[in-house]
Ligand binder design. Sequence first.
Ligand code: CO
Length: 482
Amino acid sequence: MTRIFAKGFADLEHEVAVESLPIAGAIPTWLEGALLRTAPAKFDLGRQTVNHWFDGLAMLHRFAFADGNVAYANRFIRSANYREQQRSGRLSRGEFASDPCHTLFGRVLSRFWAKPTDNCNVSINAFGQSLVALTETTLPVRFDPETLETLGHYDYGPRVGGQISIAHPHHDAARRCQFSYVVEFGRRSRYRLFRVADEDGTETVVADLPVDQPAYMHSFAMTERYLVLAEFPLVVSPLRLIFSGKPFIRNYRWDPQRGLRFQIVEKDSGRRIVTAVTEAVFAFHHVNAYEREDELVLDLVAYPDPAIIDHLYLSRLRTGEPFDAVGSLCRYVIPLGPTKSGVRKHQITTTAVELPRIDYGRTAGRAYRVVWGTGNHEPGNFLDSLVWIDVETGQCAVWAEPGCYPGEPVFVAAPGANDEGEGVLLSVVLDGQRDTSFLLVLDASRMAEIARAECPHVIPFGFHGNFFPTENGGRSLRNLHR
Ligand code: CO
């Protein structure tokens, strides 16, 4: 039996702009700004269907809040990828797990660094004063937050270089910059950590870390003083990446003997202060990290191995096969000082969680209590709930409704909030029984519904977005929190 979550992996072709969505309940009037999200929205390209959820063509979604009203618009990113696909009905560039249909000539041209993908379907953020959609190459796309119009590429400067990057930079409010990194493949490959100033977009290299076989990392961790790379042992030989002719991720090899390696780099000096190795796991998402006396605490959503990647192929998701790859919230404690003790690990809760979010403005890089995420309420089902977890006690609260599949919950702090988690969660939910999606507004501390706004169509499942507050009626990017 096909489960109804398969509806979240159907194509969405229509682009609309609706001034006012039907609302049940009352949207808080203090909520002023826009939730901007990117998501794969088209998998069937005419003459080719992509292989994996991560490969669909990127579409932007905008929910704008003012005076209790919600406006909605959606628009494909007019990336080079999009334009080429419109002409040929096929991919023209290598994606995460799909390649263009090969001719010998095409194979050479589609190598990801010769012609990297700009299909930015993973997340939304800001570099300097540019609002960007991101994927895992060094080709973010700039867009207009009002019209969703594509403005062109955001160019990483020559000092940053690299071919692969991440869609999860970290904003440092004290230093007024974003931190991120690239992987540069070459005779000597390296991870290059860098920062981008909020003020004017100036890029500064923080550290260069040589690496023989780069790991696949989807995010990294940040504390007040440090950046932490968690190198999962899903690694690639640079030569294999060049010559194998396989889609990007299929060149990576799981080598658990290597273990999980934490590299801790001081933000201000670029000095690598600790390298610590522990038992292998795989993860996409870090949750948060902070310093505690002479230790570093780091939370992430762990899987025993990278089989989760295989579970996200469209051939499985679209037939609604039971989904049983769920992540567990784990805490690592890494000694910072001169000590013989190793890395300690424990599981915070058995409650499944993915697409984790925190009260970023208040707690990023600091001691914290609350994580929200999508959950897995019914075994075998896809992500079918939203969860609130206290990372100190493991206590959980859940929001779920039959036939409903919520996406990443984005937290927005209430004005003048005194406590962590005081505000609302915004989540795009597929209602599989009613064949539509709605934007859910939850009280973030009670996980109770405040309102929902009904969308004009099913919004295909996506990954990440962010809320950008309106300031003085403008579209300032200040107060930007991941
Ligand atoms: Co992600």
